[in-house]
Design a protein around this ligand. Structure first.
Ligand code: PHB
Length: 394
């Protein structure tokens, strides 16, 4: 098989890239190790930056999001049993917070890509990226677990294959530097059949630590609490989860959290990670393959889409005008945005979690950070600008 751009990974980075390239008249093939059902069923965060929503509309992919997404004017921060509404729309000249789950975005992009005649091979195994330091890179893989080895020849290989995929490993270890921070806490996330409890997301740091109230639909709510990342989910009965949510979200004014049947629960660890550079020869990394953020700022998908927007423009310039200048600068360009996303996600995470490993001094500083947002329009605006999406700096 041959294509122009071989994409490993059918997550947000790979799919948005395939669509953007298609619009520019550039062919691609996506190889994905998971099944379509797995890709479409993996639960991740659910907040889209303002420009991602606009991009989906421009690409003709925004219909279902418009109907089923939730459009909030801001978010609520909570500590010491008090709530603070941050009006993002007002602070950022009209930009809103869109809550639309990542796997719903993926369903829309996969359906549209296949309808366009795009090629996505699901459930491939043994994917290996080869010869990216030559002019003739290729990818080898098998269909399913048993298929014969096949070869996809391409001009460029994109590693959009997540943190555990082969993409990053295809850059020799001597040519890359990895920066990492592991947090001493994780998130226990639930989906519950319950009515809406509040009109926007609540990020709380109260009692035993962080809690987040989010939504999926008027009938289904998404909530998280900070927990030990090594804890066993079996230790968390539904009653214990609700008790913690009540304690961390309680206010002085008698507001009530609405309970319901919990039908999905799991624990995820939190990490920050960046690999530099994000390119090597004809290989380019995008999304989680090169960088991970803790979910507190909901930046994961948004950073991945930002990577491939820049990458698609660079590839377009190469194919249209035979200019490599943007491709050569790809890593440096996107890393400027990525590090700001890393900074914001780390700031939200440290400010909003209780960390027993920190000194009482540091814990007081986080409360001062929250109070700074309450009392300073400049501080509130800085948080809001980051949350709805920073401007591009190409
Ligand atoms: C979610 O709805 O899953 C969600 C929302 C905001 C976050 C993280 C996750 O910061």
């Amino acid at each position: 098989m041959r294509t122009q751009v071989g994409i490993v990974g059918c997550g947000p980075a790979g799919l948005f890239l395939a669509h953007l390239l298609h619009r520019a008249g550039i062919e691609s093939v996506i190889l994905e190790s998971r099944s379509r059902a797995d890709v479409e069923g993996t639960i991740r965060a659910g907040v889209l930056e303002h420009w991602v929503v606009e991009l989906m509309h421009q690409m003709g992919l925004g219909e279902r999001m418009k109907r089923e997404g939730h459009f909030h004017t801001g978010i609520t921060l909570q500590w010491n049993r008090q709530r603070l509404h941050l009006d993002m729309e007002e602070l950022t000249n009209g930009k809103k917070v869109t809550v639309y789950a990542q796997h719903e975005v993926l369903k829309d992009l996969i359906a549209a890509r296949l309808a366009d005649g795009g090629e996505i091979l699901f459930s491939v195994s043994g994917t290996a990226i080869r010869d990216v330091d030559t002019d003739r890179p290729f990818i080898t893989f098998r269909r399913g677990a048993e298929g014969a080895e096949e070869r996809l020849d391409c001009d460029y290989v994109i590693g959009a294959d997540g943190f555990h995929g082969p993409g990053r490993q295809a850059i020799p270890a001597s040519q890359r530097t990895e920066y990492q921070k592991i947090y001493p806490f994780g998130w226990l996330g639930i989906l519950a059949r319950a009515p809406l409890s509040w009109h926007e997301l609540i990020y709380a740091n109260q009692g035993e630590g962080f809690a987040l109230l989010s939504t999926r639909s008027p009938e289904i709510q998404r909530m998280y609490i900070q927990c030990d990342p090594k804890d066993d989910i079996a230790n968390w009965s539904d009653r214990r989860i609700w008790d913690q949510l009540h304690a961390r979200l309680a206010t002085e004014d008698g507001w009530q959290l609405q309970e319901g049947e919990i039908f999905q629960k799991g624990i995820i660890p939190l990490r920050s990670f960046v690999c530099e550079p994000m390119q090597y020869g004809r290989l380019f990394l995008a999304g989680d393959a090169a960088h991970i953020v803790p979910p507190t700022g909901a930046k994961g998908l948004n950073l991945a889409v930002a990577d491939v927007l820049v990458l698609s423009r660079a590839l377009e310039e190469k194919y249209r005008r035979n200019s490599s200048e943007k491709l050569e600068r790809y890593s440096a360009t996107v890393l400027r945005r990525i590090w700001k996303g890393e900074r914001f996600s780390w700031y939200m995470t440290t400010m909003l979690h209780r960390n027993e490993g920190e000194t009482p001094f540091e814990q007081r500083i986080h409360l001062a950070d929250l109070d700074f947002v309450r009392t300073s329009r400049a501080a509130a605006t800085a948080l809001a600008e980051n949350y709805v999406g920073l401007p591009f700096d190409e």
